[in-house]
Each structure stands twice: as structure tokens, then as C-alpha cells.
Design a protein around this ligand. Structure first.
Ligand SMILES: Cc1cc2nc3c(=O)[nH]c(=O)nc-3n(C[C@H](O)[C@H](O)[C@H](O)COP(=O)(O)OP(=O)(O)OC[C@H]3O[C@@H](n4cnc5c(N)ncnc54)[C@H](O)[C@@H]3O)c2cc1C
Length: 415
């Protein structure tokens, strides 16, 4: 081995706990590789990630661009990827789940899927992800028996409807109403931006059953074929073209009283709790997007020559790569720490909020620098970096905007 003072790429060997040997982590064929070691890695997690990588490489990447342009993914993809167990975390085996949870595997799923480079694909697939946890935890047995296994397997879709045309950040003041009438609740109002909403068979909806403010909100399970329910697609989006977002309308929509999920007027806390894992998934997805920006930039800067040498030899470009790589490492370390805390039974709300806005800012930086490195070529459709640049903002707004994340983080810090 060449000593570090001669070879600038020298990395000391790392200890591999699986086979008890030291190994050289440097892959000479991939000099820009991210070398962060996850101290919490296990054989099972590595195998799960590797299965996903192969799946994304063969089943998604070659088609993602075409799907995005066509504004849809094939439904079979839901079932194919569902068969890998990606929606089974935290779900009982009797409902088709895995019977265990692991935040690292959840994160690996979202990171690897995002690496397909068209984030409409994860959005189209994962509309169901944010409604699964409330259904498993709060829906009655009858609903779970008839719906959960199909959702987990990707045979049917489900969506979470919180945001309304009047606003999304101020969840405590949502206005869709649900009024008790005998053995039913009658829902009136509308929801918008609902991911997966055009294809979903089931919805988890936040509606007001009580007084103004956070203490008057409940969650309801609504079948898409309920009378009084209708939907229209949200078109002409900046990104996420191959995913479906819908505006939902509830007009005298009667659902059985047993479709109330959890306690009446206890919905706000359930919504807030559900946001935590959604945000971890978004952070992991953004990490995948940042890695794509970094890898694409390195490959381009090595290949393209300006002023008589490869761009990677110009110091300004090298510094861009260093900054992108440092931010990517920081997000990865933060995410691993959060996953470790979640696996240990903690819900580190402040850290999740800080990581969410820190990561969307880091992604914004990486996407912008990657576009700059590509020059005019980055401005053309079909370039992964061009698409990621367009898909930054939804990550900075959806699932809790940067402003709301900062606010919540500071409140969680007791200030
Ligand atoms: C593509 C996409 C998919 C989505 N999918 C879903 C889904 O599946 N289900 C769902 O329920 N929702 C979904 N959303 C909605 C998303 O969660 C909301 O857009 C988000 O919560 C912000 O709400 P809003 O758009 O109504 O913005 P508003 O709440 O109107 O806020 C507008 C801006 O003002 C800022 N702001 C608001 N209040 C304050 C304050 N007090 N201080 C400082 N700044 C403030 C916000 O940060 C934001 O930047 C999706 C959104 C998009 C774009």
C-alpha cells in the first residue's frame, strides 16, 4: 500500500466486523465514492440495501425518465417493490407486515429509491407510507383485516389527507368538518396536494369534530367509493411529474362511526406523531438525491475538459465537490444518529425537525452546484441534475416546511 503522504487518495484500512478482517475501503474504480462508515450497519441492513440497489438499477432507473415524461408509473411497480417488504416495517405479520421495525432499513429504502433520480417515482409509490402507521395503530380490526394487507403488498393504495386549500402548515386550524349523525359521521370540506390521491383506494383524513384549535380534530378512514367523495388531479407541477396529487372533495360524505380512528378529538397528536417518520423518510430521500448530485458532478467534471484540462483539476470545481461531499456526509451522520435514537424507542422531534430543514438546505446547495458544474448541459431535460433541481422545493415545503421545522425545533428546545 502506498503511504498517505505519497498517495493523496490513501485511506487507512477499516475493520470489517462481519469477517473480522481489515480491508481497504478505497475503490480505485470509483474515486469520488462516499466513504462514510455507518457504525450501526449490520449484515441484514447491508443485504436489504443491496437488494434495493439491484431493484432500483434494473426495475426503475432505465424507465424512470420515460415514466416521468408520461406522468405515470405502472401499477405493477407498487406490487413488485411491495414484495420486498418495504411497507411492512412496524406492521404485524397478520396484516402482511414484517412483524418488526428498523429505522435504518426504512431510511435505506427511501435513500436508495431516491437514487433513481426521478422523485416522482418514490412519491407515487409512497403516498401510502404516511397513512400506514395511523391505520395500523388506530383503525378498528375490521378495517385492518380488509385493507391493510392489500396496502402493504402494493395491491391497493392509501393516502393521508391533512392539507386543505386554506392551508397546510397550520394543522390545528383545519376546517373540514365531521358531524356525528347516529351511527355515522358526515364529512364536508376538501383536501388538496394529496399524494397518491388519484389512485388511492383508502384515505386517512383529518377533520374537525370539536371546538376550534388542535383539541377538536379527529382522524377518519374513508373508502374511495364512499358516496359524497370525489377527486380531481393536480396538474402542471414543477416536479414529481409521474406521481399523482389530488384535490379531494367531501360533500355530505357519510362514513360509519366505526371509521373514526382513535379517540374523538384526539387526531392532532396522532397527526404530529405520524409526521416524525414521514420526515425521517424525506431526509433519507434527500440524502439519496444529494448523492446523485455529487456522483453525477464528479463523473462530469472528470470527463469534461475546459482550458486544457479536466474540470476536476480546477480548484474552484474541486471546492464545489468538497462542499457537496461534506454536506452529504453531515446529513448521513445526522440521519444515522436519528435512526439509532428511533430504534431505541426515542422520538427525537427537535433533531428530526432540525435535520429536515438542514437537509433541504443542503440539497438545495448540492443541486445548485451540480447544475453549475454541468453548465448548459444541466439545463436540458433528461439530465438527472436538472430534474433534482426542480424537485428541491417540494422537499423544502412538503411534510413540514423549513419555516415550520425551525419553529417546532426551537419550541422542542424549550424556548
Ligand atoms: C407535491 C406535494 C405533495 C404533497 N403531499 C401531501 C399529502 O400527501 N398529504 C397532505 O396532507 N399534504 C401534502 N402536501 C402539502 C404540504 O404538506 C403543504 O404544502 C405544506 O404543509 C405547507 O402548507 P401550504 O402549502 O398550505 O403552505 P402555507 O401553510 O400556506 O404556508 C405558506 C408559506 O408560509 C410559510 N409559513 C406559514 N406559516 C408561517 C409562520 N407562522 N411563520 C413563518 N412562515 C410561515 C410556510 O413555511 C410556507 O413557506 C403536499 C405538498 C406538495 C407540494
Amino acid at each position: 500500500m502506498i503511504p498517505y503522504f505519497v498517495d493523496p487518495c490513501y485511506r487507512p484500512p477499516h475493520f470489517d466486523p462481519f469477517n473480522g478482517k481489515f480491508y481497504d475501503v478505497r475503490d480505485a474504480t470509483n474515486p469520488g465514492q462516499n466513504l462514510m462508515i455507518n457504525p450501526f450497519e449490520t449484515e441484514e441492513r447491508a443485504a436489504f440495501r443491496s437488494t434495493l440497489q439491484s431493484f432500483v438499477e434494473s426495475e426503475i432507473k432505465p424507465f424512470a425518465d420515460g415514466w416521468d415524461e408520461a406522468a405515470a408509473i405502472p401499477w405493477e411497480l407498487h406490487q413488485k417493490i411491495g414484495a420486498l417488504g418495504v411497507w411492512g416495517f412496524g406492521i404485524d405479520e397478520r396484516y402482511g407486515g414484517l412483524g418488526f421495525d428498523d429505522c435504518f432499513m426504512r431510511a435505506a429504502y427511501n435513500e436508495e429509491l431516491a437514487k433513481c433520480g426521478a422523485n416522482g417515482v418514490p412519491a407515487a409509490l409512497n403516498g401510502r407510507m404516511i397513512s400506514l402507521e395511523p391505520i395500523q395503530r388506530l383503525a378498528n380490526e375490521d378495517i385492518k383485516d380488509r385493507a391493510l394487507a392489500d396496502i402493504v403488498a402494493g395491491r391497493k393504495g392509501s393516502s393521508l389527507g391533512i392539507t386543505e386549500p386554506g392551508g397546510g402548515s397550520d394543522v390545528a386550524n383545519l376546517t373540514t368538518k365531521a358531524v356525528k349523525d347516529g351511527n355515522h359521521y358526515v364529512i364536508d370540506g376538501s383536501k388538496t396536494f394529496i399524494t397518491g390521491g388519484m389512485n388511492a383506494d383508502y384515505f386517512v383524513i383529518g377533520a374537525r369534530t370539536g371546538d376550534a384549535g388542535w383539541g377538536g380534530i379527529s382522524l377518519f378512514f374513508v373508502d374511495a367509493d364512499t358516496e359524497g367523495f370525489s377527486r380531481t388531479p393536480l396538474d402542471r407541477k414543477m416536479g414529481w411529474w409521474c406521481s399523482d396529487q389530488a384535490t379531494l372533495y367531501f360533500e355530505d360524505c357519510r362514513v360509519p362511526a366505526t371509521n373514526l380512528m382513535g379517540e374523538e378529538n384526539g387526531g392532532f397528536l396522532a397527526i404530529m406523531e405520524n409526521f416524525n417518520l414521514e420526515r425521517v423518510a424525506l431526509i433519507a430521500g434527500m440524502l439519496g438525491m444529494m448523492k446523485v448530485c455529487l456522483e453525477e458532478s464528479i463523473a462530469w467534471a472528470q470527463e469534461r475538459e475546459t482550458f486544457g484540462k479536466p474540470m476536476i483539476k480546477h480548484q474552484v470545481i474541486r471546492h464545489k465537490i468538497a462542499d457537496m461531499s461534506a454536506k452529504t456526509d453531515a446529513v448521513e451522520a445526522l440521519l444515522n444518529h436519528i435512526c439509532w435514537a428511533v430504534n431505541n424507542g426515542d422520538i427525537p422531534v427537535a433533531e428530526i425537525c432540525k435535520a429536515k430543514f438542514f437537509t433541504s438546505k443542503a440539497l438545495e446547495f448540492c443541486a445548485s452546484e451540480a447544475m453549475q458544474i454541468f453548465g448548459g448541459a444541466g439545463y436540458l431535460r433528461g439530465n438527472l441534475v436538472e430534474r433534482i433541481y426542480r424537485e428541491v422545493k417540494v422537499m423544502a415545503i412538503g411534510g413540514g416546511s423549513e419555516e415550520i421545522m425551525r419553529d417546532l425545533a426551537v419550541r422542542q428546545m424549550g424556548l
